[in-house]
Ligand binder design. Structure first.
Ligand SMILES: *Cc1c(COP(=O)(O)O)cnc(C)c1O
Length: 396
């Protein structure tokens, strides 16, 4: 399948076909090229490859055929010109900032982003002259107020983690346009199966492939998707020099993950919606956050912007940390792990894990209370999940 064909195919077709380049062996499944370097026909060809006169493989920090297949497939699915794979989701964010920003630039980010992203902005990028202001995800006036003359990037996740707030990407893209900023969307929670931010005006998509793109809890990886100039040239140039690239083996695992992405996202969303609805009626549960519920403040926007509501549900219990931990310790089937996006349902206490290393003030700003529990709903039978949580929620 050539990239010229891609525009004519639907997402399910792209997920299993896009990016696949067969070798002379005519393999049906994508091969894993575990080769750190590649050979040349002659010294002259080596020179031409290094100078850029001739395209082709040199070294797997620069390019690798399996990694390229993953990149081309994800680019096609997101509707982007170019995709660059990275060693992790965090290195995708780092590579984006290091290649598209310079010292003195300013970022405006939603306050509810992944805890480690907050630390990257506040504790590392700040030491290199990049300043970040945080605003509530859905307060559009606050976004505009925070934008100054040096602001170059607006950064967000939607839905947010772990509160599942939903931002209007088209509206924020207008704001970005008006102030000559890049709009960067971390599309980890929805994936292209449920939401296509580039088509709503975003410039750059970030992925932690570790989550739903793999979907089976096996590998750590990430990706940046966008236009050829910024991603294909600038982010790629950063990775080639700085080195946080994806391994060929991991790329192959993610390629296989993409093939079932739509089926999995539908199953996650169906289970999560049913479980969120059920949780609303359980004793001791004081609040349930899920964009698919009519009670969710951005339910209508989520319905417009996404094709389903995803697998992440969070809820508050009556009490504080002690009560939340008691519920978590009460599950037997569901895994206690901070990872998400797995076929197996996971449960976590954000305030003491994923959001444990940010300050109490930062946690309060993003609404992560001590009584909040996050579920990443998997594809087990709904009745088994309900029985497990029902038992854990029962008063001691
Ligand atoms: C996990 C996660 C990241 C970081 O990805 P890693 O692959 O763990 O480095 C970034 N953004 C979101 C929304 C995440 O959930």
């Amino acid at each position: 399948m050539t990239s010229a064909d891609d525009k004519d195919y639907g997402l399910s077709t792209l997920a299993v076909r896009a990016g696949h380049v067969r070798t002379n062996e005519q393999e049906q499944s994508e091969p894993i090229f575990l080769s750190s370097s590649f050979t040349f026909d002659s010294a002259a060809q080596a020179a031409a490859r290094f100078s850029g006169e001739e395209t082709g493989n040199i070294y797997s920090r620069f390019s690798n055929p399996t990694v390229r297949m993953f990149q081309d497939r994800l680019a096609a699915m997101e509707g982007g010109e170019s995709c660059v794979a990275t060693a992790s989701g965090m290195s995708a964010i780092l590579a984006t900032c290091m290649s598209l920003l310079r010292s003195g630039d300013h970022i405006v980010s939603s306050s509810g982003v992944f805890g480690t992203t907050v630390n990257l902005f506040n504790k590392i990028l700040s030491r290199f002259g990049l300043e970040t202001s945080f605003v509530p995800l859905t307060d559009y006036a606050a976004w505009e107020r925070a934008i100054g003359p040096r602001t170059r990037m607006l950064y967000l996740e939607t839905p947010s983690n772990p509160l599942t707030e939903v931002a209007d990407v088209a509206r924020l893209s207008e704001l970005a346009r008006k102030h000559d900023c890049l709009l960067v969307v971390d599309n980890c929670f929805c994936t292209p199966a449920l939401q296509k931010p580039l088509s709503q005006g975003a410039d750059i998509i970030i992925h932690s492939a570790t989550k739903y793109l793999d979907g089976q809890g096996r590998c750590v990886g990430g990706a940046v998707v966008g236009d050829q100039q910024r991603v294909g040239e600038e982010v790629q140039a950063f990775l080639r020099t700085a080195g946080p690239t994806m391994s060929a083996f991991n790329a192959w695992v993610f390629l296989k993950g993409l093939e079932t992405l739509q089926l999995r996202m539908r199953a996650h969303s169906d289970n999560a919606l049913a479980l969120a609805d059920w949780l609303q009626h359980q004793p001791g549960v004081t609040r349930v956050n899920y964009p698919g519920l009519a009670s969710h403040p951005q339910h209508e926007l989520a319905t417009r912007q996404q094709s389903a509501y995803g697998g992440i549900v969070s809820f508050e219990v009556d009490g504080g940390r002690e009560q939340a931990w008691r519920v978590i310790d009460g599950v037997r089937l569901i895994s206690i792990t901070a990872n998400l996006g797995d076929l197996k349902t996971t449960i976590t206490h954000p305030a003491s894990t994923t959001h444990g290393r940010i300050s109490a003030q930062e946690r309060e700003d993003c609404g992560v209370g001590e009584n909040l529990i996050r579920l990443s709903v998997g594809i087990e039978d709904l009745a088994d999940l309900q029985a497990d949580l029902g038992r854990a929620l029962r008063p001691a």
